[in-house]
Design a protein around this ligand. Structure first.
Ligand code: SF4
Ligand code: SF4
Ligand code: SF4
Length: 581
């Protein structure tokens, strides 16, 4: 162990521990802008400078390993002056339009300027020209707000293994751009939005669709339906000061009614529908010999990643649409017929934890009814902004129920919000159908937060080998093993975001900075399991609304109507970029 003192307080740490981590263990907060634990420790922003006895210059705490006998000072006049200087230099080249910036109130740069007591910026001069990239349906990039911290680059490369963006140019000409300086809409970006969760400023954000939804809500000709993904109810509360892991389903429904939606339905019903179709597909493929493994396809980030980098596996992807797309297709057909509403007048808004769903909703093949399944996708963050604009305090609302019948769902549907959840929900139904009776509810083998999890199950006397991966770099490791023949499976779940959708790129930003994301994901996953446990019905195929849907409209799973409305196809895309191994 290494012994040192920080601000006069002794501490023992393991070799390799940085001064920043050691200080955090003592409860000493050293400000950072570029640091991401184990992912981006490059000392680029220089906010974390400290004085170390014996060193002639200030040192960056994030990249300095602790040494025996080291004496560190984190709060001296020289340190404070240096940090202010860093902020002044950053702000001198920054589009300072804070009141109208999407990140107002959530901006780490602004927070640090306040905390360091910065009152004016001494430097003026040339600024980087603004380059606003709105070429993708999911994300917006504003280079005039980029501080070149490279967190986005590191997350994209190290966590997602995509490397869709990188640092280009040198010196003052340095900038973060998609590969080969393409626009983001042309790049091999999966639109997972993980980069938006770590960007400290308004340089990388979700594309804001709130104005279009306000316009639809105000249009008396439109019947506006909203559906909410499983992961929203366990995260929306964070944006209103509720503790992470709070389940706010009833308040969320009440808030959406107050916004003016005509019907408030539940994507969890769409998840139940996906499970009925996907479990049928799994059984069909097991009986007919493939193609196996069946791979889940409800994550559009993973689907786009496969289209760019793993086209050889596209036939393995389930043809099932994702839950919110299935729900949208039902809203524009079954629901429209039942209610006698012209589907052209129905607007479906999906509230998703996900930026990639904005892209998914725009895919032309997802319009089997003749109308787009989903008209607008709002992230959790956008919904929170709309609620604040309307003066609605989620935390103060009484609980309300979803509208029936498309608001009825099961515990299995709720599981979609967490990594391993689609697998577990599908196994509940598939094992029941294969064994002829419900035997098993919980599949702990596929739960947890390890990047790749494998299990061998015995169902109806047969071995079923399954695997779960979350985070695309973990998925790549799994796919390499499948491709080489080192591993064989019958069923594989992949979710692009760490933790699954609870960790989606559209979720509320972590109040304590991006290093608190793992703890947030953990709290949200536990909340998902509580939602499941509290449900009276926990098998998707037992959902009475799903049974009614098949009896009145869909016919049989995998039948002609489901094939037209609930299934889709995929196509290889140009791999403009590199995949990190
Ligand atoms: S959205 Fe995902 S894939 Fe695209 S740049 Fe960001 S982290 Fe990379
Ligand atoms: S876009 Fe954001 S995360 Fe990426 S380098 Fe710029 S400021 Fe940092
Ligand atoms: S894991 Fe969920 S939130 Fe992330 S890209 Fe996939 S569907 Fe979207």
């Amino acid at each position: 162990m290494i012994q040192l003192t920080i601000d006069g307080r002794p501490i023992q740490v393991e070799p390799g521990t940085t001064v920043l981590e050691a200080a955090r263990r003592l409860g000493i907060r050293i400000p950072t802008l570029c640091y991401l634990k184990e992912i981006n420790q490059i000392g680029a922003c220089r906010m974390c400078v400290v004085e170390v006895k014996g060193y002639r210059t200030l040192q960056t705490a994030c990249s300095l390993p602790c040494a025996d006998g080291m004496e560190v000072r984190t709060n001296t006049p020289a340190v404070r002056a240096a940090r202010r200087m860093v902020l002044e230099l950053l702000l001198s080249d920054h589009q300072v339009d804070c009141p109208t910036c999407l990140r107002a109130g959530d901006c780490e740069l602004m927070r640090l300027a306040q905390e360091t007591g910065l009152r004016s910026v001494r430097f003026t001069g040339e600024k980087h020209p603004a380059r606003v990239d709105t070429s993708s349906p999911a994300l917006a990039v504003d280079s005039s707000k980029c501080i070149l911290c490279q967190r986005c680059v590191a997350v994209c490369r190290e966590v997602q293994g995509v490397a869709a963006i990188s640092l280009a140019g040198r010196g003052f000409a340095s900038r973060v751009v998609p590969f080969f300086d393409h626009e983001l809409g042309e790049a091999a970006c999966t639109y997972c939005g993980q980069c938006t969760l770590v960007c400290p400023t308004g340089a990388l954000t979700e594309k804001d669709d709130t104005e279009a939804v306000w316009a639809a809500l105000l249009d008396p000709e439109k019947h506006v339906i909203v559906q909410t993904a499983p992961a929203i109810r366990v995260s929306l509360g964070e944006a209103f000061g509720l503790p992470p892991g709070t389940v706010a389903t009833g308040q969320m429904v009440a808030a959406l009614r107050r916004l003016g939606f005509d019907r408030v339905f539940d994507t969890n019903l769409g998840a139940d529908l996906t499970i009925v179709e996907e479990a049928s597909e799994l059984i069909q493929r097991l009986r007919s010999g493939g193609p196996l493994p069946l791979m889940t396809s409800c994550c559009p980030g993973w689907v786009k990643y496969a289209e760019h980098f793993w086209p050889e596996f596209l036939d393995n992807l389930s043809s099932c649409k994702s839950p919110h797309q299935m729900f949208g297709a039902m809203a524009k057909t079954y629901y429209a017929q039942k209610m006698g509403i012209d589907p052209a007048k129905i607007v479906v808004v999906s509230i998703m934890p996900c930026t990639a769903k904005k892209f998914e909703a725009s895919r032309p093949e997802l319009a089997g009814s003749g109308y787009p399944d989903v008209d607008y996708v709002l992230t959790t963050r956008e919904l929170a902004r709309m609620l604040r604009q309307a003066g609605i305090d989620l935390a103060a609302l009484p609980e309300e129920e979803f509208d029936a019948p498309l608001g009825i769902s099961t515990g299995a549907g709720a599981l979609f919000g967490a990594t391993g959840g689609v697998m577990e929900a599908a196994l509940r139904t598939a094992s029941t159908w294969l064994e002829g009776e419900p035997r098993r509810l919980v599949f702990t083998e596929v739960r947890g937060l390890e990047g790749v999890r494998e299990a061998s199950l015995t169902i109806a006397g047969q071995e079923l080998k399954v695997a779960v991966a979350h985070g695309l770099r973990n998925a790549a490791r799994l796919l390499e093993r499948i491709r080489s023949g080192e591993a064989t499976y019958h069923f594989v779940e992949v979710m692009a975001c760490p933790g699954g959708c609870v960790g989606g790129g559209g979720q509320p930003l972590p109040a304590d900075g991006p290093d608190s994301l793992p703890a947030l994901r953990q709290a949200r996953v536990q909340a998902i399991y509580r939602v499941d446990e509290a449900k009276a019905i926990r098998y998707s195929h037992e959902n009475p609304a799903i049974k009614q849907l098949y009896a009145e409209f869909l016919g049989e799973p995998l039948g002609e109507v489901p094939h037209r409305l609930l299934h889709t196809h995929y196509h290889a895309r140009q791999p403009v970029g590199i995949r990190v191994r």
